[in-house]
Design a protein around this ligand. Structure first.
Ligand code: ADP
Ligand code: 5GP
Length: 194
């Protein structure tokens, strides 16, 4: 590789409420690999406690479209059909990979399929789920960040997303956060080049 350090792209998807953010946060803390989370752009309003540039780059629609037209997104999608767009910034991915990081994209299934179709990155793909829609619903409600309309929209999308589970290399059941984090770290470690 001409002495260049080589990063890896890691895609983590799963229905809203499955625990992706929780698991990814702990993975970044506990897994020994040089992981780095790509910060996406979104037109969704920030939730209480979310910080611009840390959780997302919160953009208005005009700015998002500008970036899209300029080709700055590796992929971008309107995720829940509620008018909010989410996108992976090419520059985040390129910078991370160039510095040798394992760049994590926490993105929806449409976005993941778009990256796979692009064929450029040979990503490691993981699908995180709860093992059932009931537990998903109770986690979404327990999080208390969305209203009823948004929760039911996310649940109906969840059923569609689960159909894509088999397109991922690993299916991870987030029954316990600690266990799921250990399993993901173990799976990723198997991809290290020796
Ligand atoms: P996502 O990022 O997939 O939408 P979150 O990480 O926000 O999901 O998790 C949704 C809710 O479920 C949060 O309130 C979180 O604390 C909780 N949660 C996450 N993992 C577990 C788990 N293994 N068991 C019980 N609750 C969990
Ligand atoms: P939330 O609004 O709960 O933060 O995220 C909602 C959904 O958007 C999640 O399924 C998450 O994986 C997805 N998402 C976040 N960032 C991106 C992105 O850059 N691209 C795509 N396609 N989906 C994203």
């Amino acid at each position: 590789m001409n002495g260049l350090r080589k990063g890896r792209l890691v895609i983590i998807s799963g229905p809203s409420g499955a625990g992706k953010s929780t698991v990814v946060r702990q993975l970044l803390d506990r897994c020994h690999l040089p992981l780095k989370l790509s910060v996406s752009a979104t037109t969704r309003p920030a939730r209480a406690g979310e910080i611009d540039g840390v959780h997302y780059h919160f953009l208005d629609g005009a700015r998002f479209n500008q970036l899209r037209d300029a080709g700055d997104f590796l992929e971008c999608k309107e995720v829940f059909g509620l008018g909010y767009w989410y996108g992976t910034l090419r520059e985040q991915v390129a910078t991370g990979l160039n510095e040798g990081s394992w760049v994590i994209l926490e993105i929806d299934v449409q976005g993941a399929m778009a990256v796979l179709d692009e064929g450029e990155f040979d990503p490691i793909t993981l699908f995180v789920h709860t093992g059932g829609l009931e537990s998903l619903e109770s986690r979404l409600r327990g999080r208390e960040t969305e209203d009823e309309e948004v929760i039911s929209r996310r649940l109906s999308i969840a059923a569609e997303e689960i159909e894509f589970m088999h397109r991922y290399q690993y299916q991870i059941i987030n029954d316990s956060v600690d266990r799921a984090v250990d399993e993901i770290c173990q799976r990723l470690s198997e991809h290290r080049e020796h």
